[in-house]
Design a protein around this ligand. Structure first.
Ligand code: ZN
Length: 114
């Protein structure tokens, strides 16, 4: 009985997790960079070139990676998903306690069977 209800909670958590893929913890920013091509018209006009940088933590170190343009929407989604996952994780502690209380209340209201 106890196992079954835990199973149910786990299933609903799993369902939410499934919608939170892909995942990436970090931040992405758009920069404009000059290139090294001589006589580049975009650079001459001062427009430069759009580039996306993904910043993340590797232990204590902060690192950056260049994001290919085609991957930008995916990265955006992944970062957003990570934020939602963190919210979800923050909810789990209070949820555990609330569910425990609910079950305890239910049990104490039930006739003891004696
Ligand atoms: Zn250029």
């Amino acid at each position: 009985m106890k196992k079954k209800t835990n199973q149910k909670e786990l299933e609903s958590f799993n369902n939410e997790l499934e919608n939170l893929w892909p995942l990436a913890k970090g931040s992405m920013s758009e920069v404009r960079k000059p290139c090294i091509r001589p006589g580049c018209s975009a650079c001459a006009k001062g427009e430069k070139h759009r580039a996306f940088i993904f910043a993340y933590r590797d232990g204590k170190r902060r690192r950056c990676m260049h994001v290919p343009l085609a991957l930008v929407p995916v990265m955006r989604q992944a970062i957003d998903n990570c934020r939602r996952l963190e919210q979800l994780l923050h909810q789990q502690g209070p949820e555990l306690i609330r569910n425990f209380r609910k079950k305890k209340n239910r049990k104490s209201k039930e006739p003891s069977g004696a």
